[in-house]
Design a protein around this ligand. Structure first.
Ligand SMILES: *[C@@H]1O[C@H](CO)[C@@H](O)[C@H](O)[C@H]1NC(C)=O
Ligand SMILES: *[C@@H]1O[C@H](CO)[C@@H](O)[C@H](O)[C@H]1NC(C)=O
Ligand SMILES: *[C@@H]1O[C@H](CO)[C@@H](O)[C@H](O)[C@H]1NC(C)=O
Ligand SMILES: *[C@@H]1O[C@H](CO)[C@@H](O)[C@H](O)[C@H]1NC(C)=O
Ligand SMILES: *[C@@H]1O[C@H](CO)[C@@H](O)[C@H](O)[C@H]1NC(C)=O
Length: 527
């Protein structure tokens, strides 16, 4: 093993722009990358940044699904155990409640969520377990499965869980009668525990994502961004992991943004420029009988190289519950008519929205206020839908002044503001991502309450220059900073994708547009 060999690999001295200081966020162009471990063909690196007390890990994994899972388990076994228990202790301090939750999660996986999972993920989980064993830890695959199942929960568990349990009552009974827990369902504990989880876990419920390209951006390049507001301040993000997969059994390389133990994708990008994202948008039809969305997004990154292929994978696999997703193809920004789609989904149904889609225009019936503002060359979503069928099934229908609407308008106004004379470059793209993150404040430009902000991960991608900017929540208690108010670390994707980056990608950095003076009161501009 090379555990002890610490090899300083790369020091980025990037003079394109040095630290950009604003009251809201900073960019670190000079993070250092250090190799700390190796297993077979896979490596573990640390990225050290002035913004973070602990490094951001990069697992550069090459092999079969089993081998990549093995290396991941070997590298992160302890971190997986620690993150899982930290999350559970934080949201459900009561041990009995944790037992009930685990019973629920294991049942959901066994009877539903596992059924449509492609074999490769079982191989990976087997590798994960064996790799953890080699590192001297017990089987961590069960924890990874539970984390995946938690990630697959609807955001609004409280209103959704009864629909789920209604549909699955028969399976629950048969599952429980094989176990020692029969009384749990009769005593109503299930629902109470899940409610508690809902209350503490999904405080933020304010994810967002976008793709913008063409006339709005420097060189017409595509920029993608995503905010994750999920279990803020619970310790789930204490081991920050960028997992880069190089499958030797088919498909392309991709980078998955997440934490130790979260094998699925909350966002990421492939060497082919395929971007995926998710924002919660709850609907009544719910099932766990589908392709767990976090792994489904990973599957798209691995197997799609065009937007058409990405959409086809989506069409031929099954939804679980209400979500907004995005599938985009950065390298097709200037070659296909619609390189990015917002997907509004629920059980059994997906509505596909390219840019400037007239069906996104919608007027509130009672007030006549316009709710949707589709524009060309930008696609964006927060936490509500526009499709008629989706709107009818939403558990929460936002009013014009609600947070999710305000953030949708922020997207629209920012994209309208930037244009031919003022094209979006790296800095502006990061800025837009940051503006949309939850800062526990009704003013999206103000980070004074950053310790309470729900934003946990904030990421901006620019495939044409092989660049990603990644921010995580940092610190705890009064010292905590939500991701979008902290430090975005610049990552060179080419370094990780190696030879699999398409040769058509241009490698120079575009000059950042720094002259942003955008002082409109965006919040009220549509009300
Ligand atoms: C490690 O590499 C050897 C030789 O290539 C291979 O046979 C073995 O399957 C690999 N094991 C893992 C867990 O990656
Ligand atoms: C999707 O669901 C249908 C009906 O439930 C099922 O027949 C089909 O096999 C599922 N598709 C996949 C890819 O699992
Ligand atoms: C800020 O966080 C506190 C505590 O979680 C919450 O009560 C309050 O509603 C939040 N304020 C905003 C504007 O999000
Ligand atoms: C990551 O792995 C890929 C494929 O094995 C390789 O081409 C690339 O150089 C690796 N990157 C680093 C920094 O080790
Ligand atoms: C981000 O955008 C806001 C509003 O448009 C602007 O005031 C601020 O200066 C921008 N920050 C950077 C770093 O460009």
């Amino acid at each position: 093993m090379m555990n002890k060999a610490i090899i300083l690999l790369f020091i980025f001295i990037n003079i394109v722009f040095v630290y950009t200081t604003t009251p809201s966020f900073q960019i670190d162009n000079q993070a250092t990358v250090t190799l700390i471990k190796q297993y077979n063909q896979s490596q573990l690196y640390e990225i050290s940044s002035f913004g973070y007390a602990q490094p951001i890990y990069v697992a550069n994994l090459t092999g079969t699904s089993y081998e990549m899972g093995y290396a991941y388990g070997y590298f992160f076994a302890e971190a997986i155990v620690e993150s899982y228990h930290s999350l559970l202790d934080n949201v459900l301090p009561n041990q009995e409640a944790q037992d009930v939750l685990e019973l629920f999660l294991d049942w959901q996986f066994k009877d539903f969520l596992s059924k449509q999972l492609p074999q490769q993920y079982f191989d990976e989980l087997r590798g994960l377990s064996d790799g953890a064993n080699e590192a001297g830890m017990p089987d961590v695959s069960v924890l990874a499965i539970r984390t995946m199942t938690i990630a697959n929960f609807p955001g609004d568990i409280q209103s959704n869980i009864e629909y789920l349990l209604e549909n699955e009552a028969e399976s629950l009974v048969s599952y429980l009668f094989t176990e020692e827990y029969k009384n749990i369902i009769e005593s109503g504990k299930f629902v109470r525990v899940l409610e508690q989880l809902a209350l503490s876990g999904f405080k933020g419920w304010q994810c967002s994502h976008f793709s913008v390209w063409g006339d709005r951006t420097v060189n017409g390049d595509m920029f993608n961004g995503r905010n994750l507001d999920w279990f803020p301040g619970t310790g789930i993000s204490q081991h920050k992991v960028l997992a880069v997969y190089h499958p030797t059994t088919g498909g392309s390389a991709f980078l998955n943004v997440g934490f130790a133990g979260l094998l699925g994708s909350i966002t990421g990008i492939s060497a082919n420029g395929i971007f995926v994202a998710e924002s919660d948008s709850d609907t009544r039809p719910v099932t766990f009988d589908g392709f767990a969305w976090t792994l489904r997004l990973r599957y798209v990154m691995q197997y799609a190289s065009t937007i058409e292929e990405a959409l086809n994978i989506w069409r031929t696999t099954n939804n679980t519950f209400g979500m907004n997703h995005m599938l985009s193809s950065a390298f097709e920004a200037n070659t296909v008519q619609h390189p990015a789609y917002a997907l509004e989904t629920m059980k059994g149904y997906t509505a596909y929205f390219p840019d400037n889609d007239p069906s996104e225009v919608y007027y509130y019936k009672d007030t006549g206020v316009q709710m949707g503002y589709p524009i060309p060359q930008a696609v964006y979503r927060t936490n509500h839908g526009y499709d008629q069928r989706i709107r009818q099934e939403q558990t929460f229908v936002p009013a014009p002044g609600d947070d999710t609407m305000v953030r949708y308008f922020l997207f629209h106004d920012n994209f309208e503001y930037f244009g031919q004379q003022n094209a979006i470059g790296d800095l502006a793209a990061v800025n837009i991502t940051s503006i949309l993150g939850d800062k526990n404040n009704t003013d999206f430009y103000d980070c004074s309450e950053a310790y309470n902000g729900a934003n946990v991960v904030s990421a901006t991608f620019h495939s044409q220059t092989s660049t990603m900017y990644i921010a995580y929540e940092e610190g705890s208690g009064a010292q905590r900073k939500c991701a979008c108010c902290g430090v975005y670390v610049k990552i060179d994707l080419a370094q990780w994708f190696g030879s699999s980056i398409p040769s058509t990608a241009t490698r120079f950095s575009s000059s950042p547009s720094v002259n942003i003076n955008h002082n409109r009161n965006t919040k009220n501009s549509h009300n």
